[in-house]
Design a protein around this ligand. Structure first.
Ligand SMILES: [Zn+2]
Length: 216
């Protein structure tokens, strides 16, 4: 999977913004066609059911079946954080406020619009690193431009931010005030930090979310 084909223009029932199709299926015994969407603005999910007595749009509040944990350098995280806050780049201005831009070098089938993602900052010269941010992946886009200071990122991952570690937004440039839940804290909850993109089980994901502060 390398990004989904754009869905037709359905509006999000939560906020009215444009939504993107994530998957569709046909339920033969009920003669119903079900199309799942994720909102490009608020990240909420819903489905459009065609067939049966009438056509309906239903909000989908199903629990996540998994989360993903991405790791990244402090340098790149700081760059994205600053752009998230100040919205200086042309790229970030293509998205609504509250979107944090991350990247992936290659794609795999786990990375898809609508899933919950964690960002983990790796060990660096200032701290041990740790869990920094949680949000919902709005989209997966092929990307050929340059944005981050280091690395080669072929996919752009816009994330609707929901939670951030204490101190990060309050003091974006004063790392001494950041309180990132570190590797040991995560291991206590059963999440080991290993190379590559990690799948996190739903019950562990809920615990990780609670280590971060909700936005606002
Ligand atoms: Zn919405």
């Amino acid at each position: 999977m390398t990004g989904q084909a754009p869905g037709f223009g359905l509006k999000c029932p939560y906020c009215g913004f444009d939504a993107r199709k994530v998957k569709e299926c046909y339920i033969a015994e009920k003669k119903r066609h079900v199309v799942y969407y994720v909102c490009m603005s608020c990240g909420n999910r819903f489905k459009h059911v065609v067939g049966g007595r009438r056509e309906v749009v239903v909000k989908v509040d199903s629990p996540d079946s998994y989360y993903l944990l991405f790791k990244g350098t402090l340098e790149n995280f700081l760059f994205s954080l600053r752009d998230f806050a100040e919205r200086r780049s042309e790229l970030i201005r293509q998205f609504s406020a509250g979107i944090f831009l991350w990247g992936a070098s290659r794609m795999d089938s786990r990375i898809k619009a609508g899933i919950g993602v964690f960002l983990y900052v790796t060990k660096n010269q200032y701290n041990e690193g740790g869990l920094a941010l949680y949000g919902r992946l709005l989209d997966v886009k092929k990307f050929s431009g340059r944005y981050w200071p280091s690395g080669k990122w072929n996919y752009l991952l816009p994330i609707r931010v929901e939670r951030v570690a204490e101190g990060v937004l309050e003091s974006p440039s004063d790392l001494a005030k950041w309180r990132l839940p570190d590797r040991r804290r995560l291991e206590e909850l059963g999440v080991r930090i290993l190379p590559g993109i990690r799948t996190v089980k739903p019950e562990q994901g809920e615990k990780l979310k609670n280590l971060l502060k909700p936005l606002r």
